[in-house]
Design a protein around this ligand. Structure first.
Ligand SMILES: NC(=O)c1ccc[n+]([C@@H]2O[C@H](COP(=O)([O-])OP(=O)(O)OC[C@H]3O[C@@H](n4cnc5c(N)ncnc54)[C@H](O)[C@@H]3O)[C@@H](O)[C@H]2O)c1
Length: 348
């Protein structure tokens, strides 16, 4: 993640007026392989800042921005930024194939966001249909791409994507990821604030799923270790991480859910996927993937990313009693959200 921020900084410096005196060796990104990234839902609250962040990522050579409306403007705007990625906007279903063709990574923030009083599950019917149709197109036009699913409820949309790919005969469990990075980003921020440690040094795995109590931050494994936190502090941090989305939904008072922090988290995860594809070693991020580390068919945990996508799904490590309890209590809800997604594709 630090490297991504540094590369953004480099991209920014590169575009700045003062860049002419910076040594060329800082800008060796031209040697990294061609990589196409497609953002589906690119004109939305998440999609626009995510498009911006992907344009700043020097690992991206081609950036396809797709939405049902509004993409020509977003694409024209972002395309003027003087970084490597060539930007193209695509609008409407008839242009979806062109947007997807040749993609290495497809990021999906398409769909409706939560409003106050709604749970992620309330979004199910609308977003399930959107995800199903987008994944049908992915199976047709870029079956080998890594898919980064942001559309909620992730606990169900990832199983939906898997079922669609299975039906199309293109499913590869290593290539489908539910983006839970925002839970990690929040857990890190909240932990750093409470433990009074430098936030940029903090690491906290977050496992389980991506809704309410299914989000299980493992503060017992947080680094740097803090002995200053009481059991009550850990409970409060856990609850705040689980309710982080609701905190934003309520503060936005009807104007949507997390977009800027989500775009940041999505950009971090996509960057990790690209680094993995390019063969960088030791790229590990938490993600909601097909998994056998519990009895549930999908589960979020640390995943090692490589040339084929999820090269290894890492285990949970040792858990505190509080986390063990949390793990058991999240399983029924997560199981039913997964089953709901599978059933949706079977019946539609
Ligand atoms: N994974 C996470 O941590 C996380 C966090 C926040 C939000 N989300 C989810 O991300 C999604 C988008 O949120 P947002 O705030 O950007 O919403 P938004 O309404 O601002 O944007 C969604 C965009 O999707 C587009 N869209 C709708 N149907 C489409 C289709 N068939 N093909 C392509 N694009 C389509 C819309 O035109 C719109 O531009 C929601 O489902 C939200 O719940 C996920």
């Amino acid at each position: 993640m630090g490297a991504f921020l540094r590369s953004v900084e480099t991209a920014l410096r590169r575009g700045g007026a003062a860049s002419s005196h910076l040594p060329r060796r800082f800008f060796s990104v031209e040697s990294s392989p061609e990589r196409k990234v497609a953002v589906l839902g690119a004109a939305g609250g998440i999609g626009q800042p995510l498009a911006l962040l992907m344009k700043l990522n020097p690992l991206v050579s081609s950036l396809a921005l797709y939405d049902i409306a509004g993409t020509p403007g977003v694409a024209a705007d972002v395309s003027h930024i003087n970084t490597r990625a060539q930007v193209a906007g695509f609008m409407g279903e008839e242009q979806l194939g062109k947007a997807l063709e040749g993609s290495d990574v497809v990021i999906i923030p398409a769909g409706v966001p939560r409003k106050p009083g709604m749970t992620r599950d309330d979004l199910f019917n609308i977003n399930a249909g959107i995800v199903k149709s987008l994944c049908t197109a992915i199976a047709k036009y870029c079956p080998n791409a890594l898919v980064n699913m942001i559309s909620n409820p992730v606990n169900s949309t990832v199983p939906i994507a898997a079922e669609v790919f299975k039906k199309a005969g293109t499913y590869d469990e290593k290539k489908l990821f539910g983006v839970t990075t925002l839970d990690v980003v929040r857990a890190k921020t909240f932990y750093a604030g409470k433990a009074k440690v430098p936030v940029e040094e903090v690491d906290v795995p977050v496992v389980g799923g991506h809704a309410g109590i299914t989000i299980l931050p493992l503060f017992s494994q947080a680094t740097p270790v803090s002995n200053a936190l009481t059991d009550e502090d850990i409970k409060a941090l856990t609850k705040r991480t689980q309710d982080g989305g609701t905190e934003v939904v309520e503060a936005k008072a009807g104007k949507g859910s997390a977009t800027l922090s989500m775009a940041y988290a999505g950009a971090i995860f996509a960057d990790a996927c690209l680094k993995g594809l390019n063969g960088a070693p030791d790229i590990v991020e938490c993600s909601f993937v097909q998994s056998s580390i519990t009895e549930l068919p999908f589960f979020a945990s640390k995943v090692r990313l490589g040339k084929n996508g999820a090269e290894e799904v890492l285990g949970l490590g040792s858990l505190s009693d509080y986390e063990k309890q949390g793990l058991e209590s999240l399983k029924p809800e997560l199981k039913s959200s997964i089953e709901k997604g599978i059933k949706f594709v079977q019946e539609n």
